[in-house]
Design a protein around this ligand. Structure first.
Ligand code: ATP
Length: 488
């Protein structure tokens, strides 16, 4: 990670707030740690990403349907899923700074530091040993390893550590009026279980044939200990998950299919290949027989944006055992009843929002001397940009505002467009650049004569003259989801 790269992240966070993308939650009370609100532009960007994902899943794949399950679920759900017993992260506290760390994050940070010092072999050995100890759930061993390696707290600079302890990440609350143990329920830590418990409802009512998928977008909650990196890791966030039910034995084929497909999706939205990579899991979660992450190069390094997991029949089998309701499918092609295997794609709406913000943030310098110009703009893919076009009359007189308003009214039924007449045209261009509006349309005196306007491209700042009658097609082509889908 270069210094310039790391240094840009605070600018991106400031930009997100300044231009109505992301605000700290309840900011007037100094905010709530790891909780954020989306502003007027942020919500549009996020909704566009969610819609694109939703349509890709449920419209482009004819064998995937969507659901919207409740956040609250029967408490047994989380026993069956394994979250009550093992949704724990091993944590360690530094006694001097009183800071709590996830053990894997602390050790990974140390390994990164070794790698940066050119000790790649040692860094790998550290990660291997960490993975071995984590897989064995050897907490005393992890504590010894941290102490023996002399890993220090980045805040206090000391190696004065507590024991390693487990910490359950689920939020709980009470349902009903009596606050006893039996009424404890959880805020779901993942959306997937809402899909599993509805597997048979959807399969039967939709007459779905395996292989088929169920997709869902919704809030998930995790009491993350280490709230870091803005909206990268939040306590309340949104997941977009799809469970693909397959015949046992075919899961690796589908795992590879979804691995490719999801990578293509991120690229189709303009994320460069060089900033994306796969990361195979070495330590598999309790439910998986294969798992990988798709990682994006954030300013703070390559980090997970999406997980692809082959979950076997773990979830459905456990739900069957605990609920005593059969979770089986009759496959008439092979004349057999079985519990399907599942391949899951799980992506965070907020994580990919942050990815697109980081990827789009551009500081540009053009010209030299007197002609030197600095410009900051968001190079968002037009399909996800919050505003698709802005319409400006060049001046506030001679009938230009009326003409521009006509264009605005004609376009607003198809696209999210804005009309602006305040300030110089240069300032208006700048305001749109800062929120990533792909097109600015200016109405000038020539417009009154020949019904043409200038259209300015955000990325090149170049202007072209086009007939008003061509605007709908021009904008429609650039922002259409179809162009993203064609690349899949
Ligand atoms: P991490 O290792 O980063 O904690 P995870 O492996 O626990 O993530 P999954 O359980 O696989 O994550 O969740 C799937 C996706 O949900 C992640 O790829 C990420 O995009 C998103 N996600 C998970 N936790 C958070 C969070 N606390 N804040 C925002 N997004 C999250």
């Amino acid at each position: 990670m270069s210094i310039e790269n790391a240094g840009v992240f605070p600018k991106i966070i400031a930009h997100a707030k300044e231009y109505g993308f992301v605000f700290p939650s309840s900011e007037i009370y100094d905010g709530l740690q790891a909780v954020y609100d989306y502003g007027q532009n942020g919500v549009e960007l996020k909704n566009n990403l969610k819609q694109l994902w939703w349509k890709t899943m449920t419209q482009i794949h004819e064998n995937i349907v969507g659901i919207d399950a409740a956040i609250f679920m029967h408490p047994s759900t989380w026993v069956a899923s394994g979250h009550v017993a093992s949704f724990n992260d091993p944590m360690i506290d530094n006694k001097d700074s009183k800071k709590r760390y996830r053990v894997d994050h602390l050790i990974e940070g140390y390994a990164d530091q070794l790698a940066a010092e050119g000790k790649a072999d040692k860094a790998q050995a550290v990660l291997d040993e960490m993975n071995r100890l984590l897989a064995a759930e050897d907490f005393a061993g992890l504590h010894r390893f941290i102490t023996d390696e002399g890993i220090k707290c980045p805040i206090s600079g000391t190696a004065n550590w507590t024991e390693v302890r487990q910490f359950n990440l689920m939020f709980s609350t009470q349902i009903g009026s009596v606050a006893d143990e039996a009424n404890t329920i959880y805020l779901r830590p993942e959306t997937a279980q809402g899909i599993f418990v509805n597997f048979l409802n959807v399969q039967k009512t939709g007459r779905m044939k395996i292989p088929f998928g169920i997709a869902q977008i919704g809030k998930a909650f995790r009491n993350e200990i280490v709230a870091r990196q803005f909206i990268f890791r939040m306590r309340e966030f949104e997941q977009m998950e799809m469970q693909f039910f397959v015949r046992p034995g075919t899961e690796m084929e589908w795992y590879n299919f979804w691995k490719e497909m999801r990578m293509k999706w991120h690229k189709a939205l303009g994320i460069p290949e060089s900033k994306l990579k796969y990361h195979d899991h070495e330590k598999l979660a309790h439910y998986a027989n294969a798992a990988l992450d798709i990682e994006f190069q954030f300013p703070f390094g390559f980090k997970e944006i999406e997980g692809i997991h082959s979950r076997t029949d773990f979830d459905l089998r456990n739900h069957q055992e605990l609920s005593k309701k059969k979770q089986q499918y009759f496959d008439n092609e092979i004349n057999q009843n079985y519990i399907p295997y599942v391949v899951e794609t799980s992506v965070g709406a907020d994580r990919i929002f942050l990815m697109h913000l980081c990827n789009a943030y551009t500081e540009e310098v053009t010209g030299e001397g007197e002609n030197r110009k600095e410009r900051t703009f968001l190079k968002l893919h037009p399909a996800i940009a919050p505003v698709k076009a802005a319409i400006f009359p060049l001046t506030k007189k001679d009938g230009l505002p009326e003409k521009a308003e006509q264009i605005y009214k004609a376009l607003k039924t198809d696209f999210r467009v804005v009309y602006e007449e305040k300030d110089s045209i240069g300032k208006r261009y700048t305001r749109q650049d800062l929120i990533g509006t792909p097109f600015c349309i200016a109405v000038d005196h020539q417009t009154l004569e020949d019904d043409t306007v200038t259209i300015r491209d955000r990325d090149t700042a170049a202007q072209r003259r086009v007939p008003i009658a061509a605007l709908r097609d021009e904008i429609g082509h650039a922002v259409s989801f179809a162009r993203v889908f064609e690349k899949l």
